[in-house]
Design a protein around this ligand. Structure first.
Ligand code: NIG
Ligand code: FE
Length: 413
């Protein structure tokens, strides 16, 4: 990826989110804001952050941007999405509005299975092109790194096709992609009633090839009643850890199964969803380095109760926020909606929400040392808002207030 030189000065707020690891509990309120700040990016890397603007004569090869009246933040990290998929599920959405539940649609062969069929049919090129459009939309909302999962292939060929589409996009689209292998997203029809055989197939035949081809950083599983139970999840994730993958887990979304506790036990990067996480699960998360990744757009779309974000932060957890973009439970990559829901319905403060989608999102993908804050030595990924304060992010509801996006020191938007 190209690396550029740029100076941004006079930012009404330089919202640095300074730090190199996830922020927990009260630390999430500290954004380390510099007023009237300057930031210099050299060869794609942040080389100066401060209140004073050095003489521009010393930087003849740097583009200069005046950010008077604008807030500048680290590029956003959307740490949980399923953005590579074929087809859509607009019919199922209308059934859900009529009262059908998400799980009942899945149990009668729709849901994830519906998208699996469409994804298996789609070519590599089709998946790549549709993925590119979705990345363009993310970038326009300030997302500079996104996590994307496989899991709509559910056989070796189609899982690898999804992961290869992400790999190709990572190479030629400016948004950085952290890939996650999610072979255990559901059990396909051909293995119905033989969930353990399916898991064995994924563990023995698919997961090692994904590793060998270097197609994913993380492994994830849908740990849920009638999908994969705790024992199955432990088996799959342990195999993944033994192969050197980072771990993630769709945990305690619809029923309380103990997925949060399992994530902590296995040292996962994150436990995600957590709508039904128990008090014990939350205490375990608070005492660990596992990030609690909350996905309020999913709760909104499914008309479920929101995860207990306020309680989790008050208990000392590191919380991240992500969109969960997927064709079923959350067909949105709207960062503005995400901010509004997190603050209005989960009672996060604007400061906590900003931390959750910057440095804590970075920690949830294992990259807090490289991205997620404006610190010297980090990748030059920034967003410039059209307003002077980060507080407009949840307040200007549903509106994209990102005016400019800088990636590796290049002004892209
Ligand atoms: O995170 N819960 C499981 N997986 C996705 C939804 C996938 C789908 O419905 O296509 C989620 O919500
Ligand atoms: Fe998900």
């Amino acid at each position: 990826m190209r690396k550029g030189n740029i100076i941004i000065r006079n930012a009404s707020q330089l919202v640095t989110c300074s730090g190199f690891s996830a922020k927990k509990g009260k630390e999430m309120s500290d954004l380390s804001v510099i007023e009237n700040g300057t930031i210099i990016i050299t060869d794609g890397t942040i080389s100066y952050v401060g209140k004073d603007c050095p003489s521009l004569a010393n930087y003849p090869h740097h583009q200069v941007i005046d950010a008077t009246g604008k807030a500048v933040l680290p590029g956003f990290v959307d740490s949980h999405t399923h953005f590579i998929f074929g087809g859509y599920r607009e019919e199922e959405f209308s059934w859900r509005m009529r009262g059908d539940s998400y799980m009942s649609i899945m149990e009668r062969g729709g849901g994830i299975h519906n998208t699996m069929n469409a994804t298996r049919k789609a070519s590599f090129e089709e998946l790549k092109e549709i993925g590119r459009k979705r990345l363009d939309s993310m970038l326009a909302m300030g997302v500079t790194t996104v996590e994307g999962k496989s899991g709509y292939g559910m056989n070796k060929e189609a899982e690898i096709k999804q992961l290869q589409a992400m790999k190709a996009l990572n190479e030629d689209h400016p948004v950085d992609i952290v890939s996650t292998f999610m072979g255990a997203h559901a059990t396909p029809q051909e293995y119905k009633g033989r969930e353990d055989d399916f898991l064995n197939y994924m563990i023995r035949e698919v997961m090692p090839e994904v590793k060998e081809k270097n197609l994913a950083d993380c492994c994830d599983i849908f740990c849920e009643r009638n999908v994969f139970d705790i024992e199955q999840s432990r088996r799959y994730l342990t195999a993944a850890r033994d192969l050197g993958f980072y771990l993630k887990i769709h945990a305690d979304e619809i029923v309380t199964l103990g997925g949060a506790e399992l994530a902590v036990e296995l040292g996962a990067l994150s436990a995600d969803h957590l709508l039904q996480a128990s008090d014990k699960g939350i205490q375990d998360l608070a005492g660990s380095n596992t990030v609690a990744t909350l996905l309020p757009c999913t709760a909104f779309s499914l008309k479920e109760h929101y995860a207990r974000g306020r309680y989790m932060i008050d208990s000392g957890c590191a919380v991240a926020l992500a969109t969960d973009l997927n064709p079923g439970s959350s067909f949105t990559n709207s960062i503005s909606l995400l901010f509004a829901l997190a603050c209005i319905y989960m009672q996060l403060s604007p400061e906590e929400a900003v931390t959750a989608i910057t440095i804590n999102g970075a920690a949830a993908v294992g990259r807090a040392d490289k991205i997620g804050s404006i610190d010297v030595g980090k990748q030059g990924d920034l967003v410039i808002l059209e307003y002077p304060s980060y507080k407009f992010l949840p307040y200007h509801i549903g509106m994209n207030i990102v005016e400019k996006v800088i990636k590796n020191g290049f002004l892209l938007i």
